[in-house]
Design a protein around this ligand. Structure first.
Ligand code: BGC
Length: 391
């Protein structure tokens, strides 16, 4: 049966991966052909490797996320605001695209003809998008943090689809360098299986307005590579780039991150092992996944160490294998390290991700420009990681 052949080809190499969930747990999964193949597996059509999406993806190489700005609730700013001056600096640094997270759900309300987009948002956002396009940067306009949809998909999918219809109508005449990324990191109740039909309807709504726009789509479980084989996209649409996120090694990249319960985790270097064994903070000793990570981090040499480039290259290899087989170009939409890690480790980590993606022809978009993972230091107006990412 065709389904079995596809699954065997794709999964025939057992992959051992340490995958992370944003709740701060570290989970080691073995992905095997049969275990990962859903019972009703219908193979997606293979699209070849020269589609409009491939050609669009080849124009993206190095990008940065405008994180923590328009993704925050409008009445509770996270202290980051972007202007055209940011775009000018981003272009001068050598980035060729920006990803722009927007929490669209705060800015859409029912109007006389579908949903209306807040004019206040547009007045703030559009000059930045226009400047980027004028500077020949591509723009990935993304819907971020739609927590109602991830919590109760059935109740909010109409709002999501209607929202995309409104966005597509509004930006219909904008240049083709503007791409739409449907949803950042589907998670919780919005599994890959659940989001598939919602994506299909949102894509149909966009296509009725704008047949040619390049779309970007993420699998579930926070955009993890292991979800790719569950993703179902319209077989006839060859203008879709698939995006994944990779924050491996997670305890390194998210040390000090309160939103994943790692506020007490500090001092993890990259790569391991450290000169003196790391002691897990008391508050985190119950986290078995973290304990196992730290055991390996303290003791294992080279690529055997869980805090090494191995987990990054395994993720990228799995994504690339899937991408080449099914003919969907892949993009790394987020990676990065939170500020509490030491600068030299952060610089080494960023260099590794950049090298590993570029040698696999995978475009990357750093998380993020000028906040807690920031490339740019707004205090002294200097770049922090130019060497790692561009030299
Ligand atoms: C979230 C950010 C978070 C980052 C790293 C992003 O997708 O939107 O809020 O800082 O992931 O965890």
């Amino acid at each position: 049966m065709a389904g079995k052949t596809v699954a065997a080809t794709w999964h025939n190499r057992p992959l051992t991966q340490t995958l992370q969930v944003k709740a701060g747990q570290v989970v080691t999964l073995k992905l095997h052909a049969k275990a990962a193949t859903p019972p009703d597996f219908t193979p997606p059509k293979r699209l070849g490797n020269d589609t409009p999406a491939h050609r669009a993806s080849a124009r993206l190489k190095r990008g940065v996320n405008l994180g923590n700005g328009w993704e925050a609730p409008p009445d509770k700013s996270w202290g980051v605001h972007f202007t055209t001056a940011d775009v000018d600096r981003i272009a001068a640094e050598g980035f060729d695209h920006i990803r722009v997270p927007v929490a669209w759900h705060y800015y859409l309300k029912p109007g006389s003809n579908g949903m209306d987009i807040s004019p206040t948002l547009l007045a703030d956002l559009e000059p930045v998008l226009r400047r980027a396009l004028d500077k020949k940067l591509h723009v990935l306009l993304d819907w971020h943090h739609f927590d109602d949809l991830t919590t109760a998909p059935a109740d909010h999918s109409a709002r999501f689809i209607g929202g995309w219809e409104a966005i597509a109508r509004h930006f219909q005449a904008w240049p083709p360098g503007l791409f739409y990324e449907l949803l950042n990191e589907p998670n919780a109740a919005l599994t890959t299986e659940t989001v598939n039909p919602i994506y299909q309807k949102a894509i149909a709504a966009i296509r009725a307005i704008d047949p040619n726009r390049i779309l970007v789509v993420s699998p579930g479980h926070w955009g993890q590579v292991g979800e790719l084989d569950k993703l179902r996209l319209p077989d006839t649409d060859d203008r879709i780039i698939v995006t994944i996120h990779c924050y491996e090694p997670f305890p390194f990249t998210h040390q000090g991150a309160g939103w994943v319960g790692f506020q007490d985790l500090r001092g993890i270097i990259y790569p391991g092992p450290p000169d003196t064994p790391y002691q897990i903070p008391a508050a985190l000793r119950d986290n078995a996944g973290l304990r196992s990570f730290i055991d390996g981090y303290n003791t294992l040499p080279g690529e055997q160490n869980p805090c090494s480039a191995r987990c990054i290259s395994e993720t990228l290899d799995a994504a690339r294998t899937w991408s080449l087989y099914f003919g969907r170009p892949i993009h790394l939409g987020e990676f990065g390290s939170h500020f509490p890690a030491d600068h030299a480790s952060r610089a080494r980590y960023l260099r590794d991700v950049r090298t590993l993606t570029e040698t696999r022809n995978i475009p990357w978009t750093l998380w993020e420009w000028k906040a807690g993972f920031g490339y740019w230091n707004p205090q002294n107006n200097q770049a922090r990681f130019r060497n790692s990412l561009f030299e």
